[in-house]
Design a protein around this ligand. Structure first.
Ligand code: SF4
Length: 347
């Protein structure tokens, strides 16, 4: 769909006249110009095509690397148990996410039910494994987005979005038309197909992928046979970086765009932290935002696996942080840096 000049001017005005105003300072200029990716794409007349392209994937589901091939439109369900319509467990401002996502107003988190990775240690297992939640229309998800924006959230944080990506794109377009103007955060396990990420190119403002394991045996053992996770997630993260680049914030420190990688330290070096930080340092700029997380808890079926059935030790977390520093990473999440000081004091 092409955009007429009249529509372009109308969209510019709707976006706060960002394309028409002359900003005062370099910083103001950068922020004045900032509009979410989906708004630009809609302005170019491309968002509707992407929604259509994404929805076609449901007919022989190829939304994630499992590539089940089921027809979700006809009610068939694949590995993730996802349906044709999205299931949502909750939508609320979240104050426990990374500082630049939380700000003063919180991160507008929407938790989608079901999951395509299904780790044995999942902390949200009633939602991801058991599918607790309520079936919604895309219009309902759009209204949730708008409510979160109205509440003062700085972004829409889509938790476990992979298997409902078509619904999300459709909801985003509906919400944009009703006034959504805050960044979209794609909060994913990292188990993503490149073909799907290409559909998201220009729509997602912030990618927040996990990098869970560097070893395919561990990935298969703890994430339902996903032996290709390390290779798939590495390629996905490189593509995300190509699309959105480095983590960018506004003058208040609120994230607008970019890549933020999460890595949860696991007991007995199961997550392969040393290999992970080396890979980031070699494959991406050393200034890439990396959150080395200490929040490991023995949850769900982790109790059945002796290797991971305990908390992490102070030494394990400190080893992970020291490894990140040794690898030359310069943009570590402030929480992880604070946790390092706390763990050091404990020793
Ligand atoms: S999104 Fe679900 S149904 Fe589709 S390929 Fe992945 S696991 Fe299978």
């Amino acid at each position: 769909m092409k955009t007429t000049r009249r529509e372009f001017i109308k969209n510019s005005i709707l976006l706060g006249g960002s394309a028409l105003l002359t900003p005062l300072s370099a910083h103001a200029k950068q922020e004045e110009r900032w509009v979410p990716g989906y708004a630009k794409l809609e302005g170019e007349g491309k968002l509707a095509e992407r929604v259509e392209q994404a929805y076609a994937l449901f007919e022989q589901c190829q939304c994630c690397p499992r590539q089940c091939g089921v027809n979700r439109k006809k009610g068939e369900r694949g590995f993730c148990r996802g349906r044709y319509k999205p299931m949502v467990y909750s939508a609320h401002p979240h104050f426990g996410e990374e500082v630049s996502l939380v700000g003063q107003g919180g991160s507008g988190t929407i938790f989608f039910s079901n999951c395509n990775l299904r780790c044995v240690f999942c902390q949200n297992w009633p939602i991801s494994h058991e599918g607790k939640g309520k079936e919604m229309e895309d219009e309902g998800v759009a209204d949730m987005m708008l409510d979160l924006q109205k509440t003062g959230c700085h972004n829409i944080n889509l938790v476990t979005p992979t298997h409902v990506m078509p619904n999300i794109l459709s909801a985003t377009r509906i919400a944009f038309k009703k006034g959504l103007r805050i960044p979209l955060v794609y909060n994913t396990s990292g188990y993503e197909r490149l073909e799907i990420l290409k559909i998201l190119d220009g729509i997602v403002d912030l990618y927040l992928p996990d990098m869970k394991y560097m070893d395919s045996e561990k990935a298969a053992q703890y994430s339902a046979g996903a032996a290709n996770y390390p290779e798939v997630a590495k390629k996905a993260i490189l593509e995300m970086h190509r699309q959105v680049g480095a983590h960018e914030v506004d003058k208040r420190g609120i994230a607008l765009r970019g890549l933020m990688i999460r890595h949860l330290v696991m007991p007995n070096r199961v997550a392969g932290t040393e290999a992970f930080v080396k890979w980031v340092a070699e494959a991406l700029p050393k200034s890439t935002y990396v959150n080395i997380m200490s929040q490991w808890r023995v949850e769900y079926k982790a109790f059945e696996h002796p290797e991971i059935a305990r908390s992490i030790t102070a030494q394990e977390f400190l080893e992970a942080m020291d490894g990140a520093e040794k690898a030359g990473l310069t943009n570590l999440d402030p929480h992880s840096v604070a946790m390092r000081s706390r763990y050091r004091r404990r020793l």
